[in-house]
Design a protein around this ligand. Structure first.
Ligand SMILES: [Ca+2]
Ligand SMILES: [Ca+2]
Length: 319
């Protein structure tokens, strides 16, 4: 019986095979044509790739302020969380500032800091750039000891001075290279930077005093995330996965050419559109030709179902 069907199939002209496949694909679900097509299997989620901009928020990326009457050397004493108003202020560079003040007199010190933490534990961080916008002010009689922008090396625990705040509202960015990135992410997935202002009032009579103030207009962490996988690992049997961006706009005939470049031994390609319709290409073992909907175009939300005779790697290169 099977042999009979096979020989009848062979005797059909290509246009008839094509018509039959299209009709069947249209009328029946694909599993009816191809009984061994498995239900869609969720693929392991790949980490988000591209870029992301993280902003301070109470829930994910908490920020803190600190004021002290001693001479601090880094922003770690900033442990009081920002108010809701402060969080709102530092979301954008718009002249609304999270600001904190400290005063000192007669030889005393004043320190003010803002500390920003960003949780990147759900990202595959390749490298990142910190962005701070703001300024400081100093008034009175005395000396300014520090006006530093600092980042914490989470491996050594040391805060590193990476720049200075200025007295006029200005932008500051600083990038960490890919080779150093791991040192700046804590075991719990935090990247931390901050600003520190330290001054000392002059001694003398009558007593001298100073007032120092930090203004943060915006704080942001820009990250480059993940590298996309280089190829789709195909197993013998059925494989299903979402079409890659590079596949979009190509026809199934071009998909076949791309698979051929990588010597992928496939027998059926089914392309499922978001509305549930499918296009099919079948490799004809007897004639070494494909038949089916070669003109069907891959769309961004398409799912590929590819049946392979053996394992292979598809690099999605299009000649
Ligand atoms: Ca500004
Ligand atoms: Ca602002």
């Amino acid at each position: 019986m099977a042999e009979k069907i096979k020989s009848r199939w062979r005797s059909l002209p290509s246009w008839a095979k094509l018509a039959l496949i299209i009709v069947l694909a249209g009328m029946l679900s694909l599993s009816a044509i191809l009984p061994n097509l498995p239900p869609p299997v969720p693929q392991p989620e790949t980490p988000p790739t591209g870029t992301a901009s993280l902003l301070p928020s109470s829930s994910d990326n908490p920020a803190y302020y600190g004021i002290s009457s001693s001479a601090k050397t880094d922003p770690s004493f900033a442990t009081t969380e920002f108010t809701d108003w402060d969080y709102g202020a530092v979301q954008s560079d718009n002249g609304k500032y999270a600001n904190d003040t400290e005063s000192a007199s007669n030889g005393g010190y004043a320190s003010v800091a803002h500390r920003f933490t960003f949780n990147v534990s759900s990202y595959d961080v390749q490298n990142f750039t910190i962005h701070w916008n703001g300024y400081y002010s100093f008034s009175g009689t005395g000396a300014l000891n520090r006006k530093d922008i600092m980042i914490k090396n989470q491996t050594s625990g040391a805060w590193i001075d990476i720049g200075d705040m200025s007295t006029s509202d200005s932008d500051f960015t600083y990038s960490i290279s890919q080779e150093d990135t791991a040192d700046f992410i804590s075991s719990s997935g935090l990247i931390e930077f901050g600003v520190l202002l330290v001054g000392r009032a002059q001694t003398g009579f009558p007593p001298k005093s100073i007032t120092i103030k930090v203004y943060s207009d915006m704080a942001e962490l820009q990250i480059s995330t993940g590298t996309p996988p280089a190829y789709s690992a195909l197993q013998a049997g059925w494989n299903n996965f979402t079409a890659w961006t590079v596949d979009v706009g190509h026809t199934l005939a071009q998909v076949n050419m791309s698979l051929a470049l990588d010597n992928v031994n496939w027998t059926v390609i089914s392309l499922e559109y978001s509305n549930g319709t499918r296009a099919v290409l079948v490799w004809e073992q007897d004639t070494n030709e494909y038949i089916g909907q070669e003109g069907a175009v891959v769309e961004s939300s398409c799912t590929f179902y590819i049946h392979c005779m053996e394992a292979g790697e598809w690099y999605h290169n299009y000649p």
